[in-house]
Design a protein around this ligand. Structure first.
Ligand SMILES: [Zn+2]
Length: 140
């Protein structure tokens, strides 16, 4: 994914949104936002499982100077356009993050509740391993 729009925080150029296609559910993927000068101004990190049509937003960071300009919203819209029809959860959020995702849930056809991964594929290998080992000790 690569999109541009006019008007960076310094008002001097376009903002480029770039992303990477997902290949494995247990590996995080990022959508990175760059200013016209190739400065990184935002990052949305997530995991997605195409088989289960589920995803998990791990974190969303926007540079302080670029906040309140709709970049987080643009990153989430980019995420949903890459993975339409998926269900999502997020990791525990700050108060600001909870307000952001509550607003996103109002304007989009999906919700972003804070919660556990929606399928085992989204756990990542350390959590899958822990689950496997602890599952043996604790029983089924
Ligand atoms: Zn899955």
């Amino acid at each position: 994914m690569s999109r541009s729009r006019k008007g960076g925080a310094d008002g001097s150029g376009p903002l480029r949104l770039s992303g990477t296609a997902v290949r494995r559910a247990d590996r995080p993927v990022e959508i990175v936002l760059f200013s016209h000068g190739q400065q990184e101004v935002g990052r949305l990190r997530f995991r997605v499982c195409p088989s289960c049509r589920a995803g998990r937003i791990l974190d969303l960071w926007i540079d302080e100077a670029w906040r309140r300009r709709g970049l987080g919203r643009e990153a989430v819209h980019g995420l949903l356009s890459l993975h339409p029809g998926h269900r999502w959860t997020t990791t525990p959020q700050s108060r600001e993050g909870r307000a952001f995702f509550a607003a996103m849930s109002q304007e989009m056809p999906t919700c972003f509740p804070c919660g556990a991964p929606l399928c085992a594929h989204l756990r990542g290998w350390p959590r899958r391993l822990a689950h496997r080992v602890l599952g043996r000790w604790l029983g089924p």
